[in-house]
Design a protein around this ligand. Structure first.
Ligand code: FE2
Length: 372
């Protein structure tokens, strides 16, 4: 650790300018692209595969607002892509971060203790050149630094533009991306984001905040002060029965991305549209809405409480405002990755007041799977 800190003084942390994209490695990218298009309303904007000269994979680029997802599937059983899908099922491989200088970001990260995954590389086509490099984070997850100021193509050299509109449901940008790590590993991954990226710890939660009768977790929220890129890190805590985080780790085969939270400016419209399109959400019991009715009035919540109840949208209150949020069921058969839809109205937190209702909903599902 002393060595890490010594090297840390020598190099500046990577200067991030935003999230570039999130890449999921999946078993069947064509069907996954159809799913995220028809249910979440994403447009398919680019494609790469055998038709564009890629021999080992097919890759679809989806976009809505400033959210860009890349879905990639292997065409052969060999190689790290197929191995990743075999081990983890569908899941997030890469959280790509936009930088002005990929080499400097990569070298700065390495000097501050990160492990290299992809050496800096320039790739080009008729739309210009793009430079990238990658470092390891928790599990088999990767952070890629992407420098694309000189690139004007639809996504990445080798991809062709596609026009398959998904219609949109009002999703605007990624609010946060959460990692689940093994019991006892949270603090070292929080240190990783502090030391390598210069992030600070924005909030933390422990078993007292996040405990139901059965499951418990600990969580620390790390954040880049400049861009507000936010990575909460969870670890399981000892509960009476299996923590939902442990269930994730068991089915994912280790640490990985638990959920991606997408911001909307109108959660009632977005969630209504997503439900109509077939997205499955966790539900809150009627008692939850009776419990919050007084605070909904006190905080001047402008959304109709009955409407929130119909849609199972949760509300959490802070001094400065409130937030509205809802969680999907896992998006594949393994109980691993899911999505959150969130609307912030002056609140900066993560729905602490909703943890109990949320976890009880998750536990009902865990029980149905025989994992509680
Ligand atoms: Fe979240």
């Amino acid at each position: 650790m002393a060595e890490v800190i010594e090297r840390a003084v020598a190099a500046a942390p990577p200067v991030l300018t935003g999230t570039d994209h999130v890449e999921l490695w999946v078993g069947n990218a064509r069907q996954a692209a159809h799913y995220y298009g028809s249910t979440f309303g994403f447009d398919v904007i680019a494609y790469a595969g055998p038709e564009t000269g890629l021999r080992d994979r097919a890759s679809y680029v989806l976009e809505q607002g400033r959210v860009r997802l890349v879905l990639t599937a292997p065409l052969h059983p060999e190689g790290e892509l197929a191995a990743h899908v075999h081990r983890h099922g569908d899941g997030v491989r890469t959280i790509a971060l936009r930088v002005e200088d990929a080499t400097a970001a990569f070298e700065g990260a390495l000097a501050r203790g990160a492990r290299a995954v992809e050496e800096p590389r320039t790739v080009e086509d008729s739309h210009g050149a793009l430079r990238y490099a990658g470092i390891a984070t928790f599990g088999d997850t990767v952070h890629r630094f992407v420098e694309r100021d000189e690139y004007s193509g639809p996504h990445w050299p080798g991809y062709r533009a596609e026009r398959r509109p998904g219609g949109g449901v009002g999703l605007r940008h990624i609010d946060h991306t959460v990692g689940n790590v093994e019991l006892g590993a949270m603090d070292s991954w929080v240190d990783f984001y502090r030391e390598v990226f210069g992030f600070h710890v924005f909030q933390e939660f422990d078993e007292q905040d996040i405990a139901t009768r059965y499951s418990a977790l600990r969580s620390k929220v790390t954040r880049d002060q400049r861009t507000r890129i936010t990575f909460p890190i969870n670890e399981p805590a000892e509960g009476l029965r299996a923590s939902q985080i442990q269930e994730y780790l068991d089915y994912y085969g280790g640490a990985g991305v638990q959920h991606i939270a997408l911001h909307t400016d109108d959660i009632v419209e977005s969630v209504f549209a997503m439900r109509e399109r077939g997205v499955e959400f966790l539900t809150a019991p009627s008692a939850y809405y009776e419990e919050i009715a007084t605070r909904v009035r006190e905080h001047g919540v402008s959304e109709d409480l009955d409407r929130l109840r119909e849609l199972s949208v949760l509300v959490d209150f802070e001094d400065g405002g409130y937030l509205l949020q809802i969680f999907t069921r896992p998006v594949a058969d393994r109980p691993t990755l899911f999505f959150e839809v969130i609307q912030r109205k002056g609140a900066k937190g993560f729905g602490k007041g909703n943890f109990k209702a949320l976890f009880e909903a998750i536990e009902r599902e865990q029980a149905a799977r025989g994992n509680l």
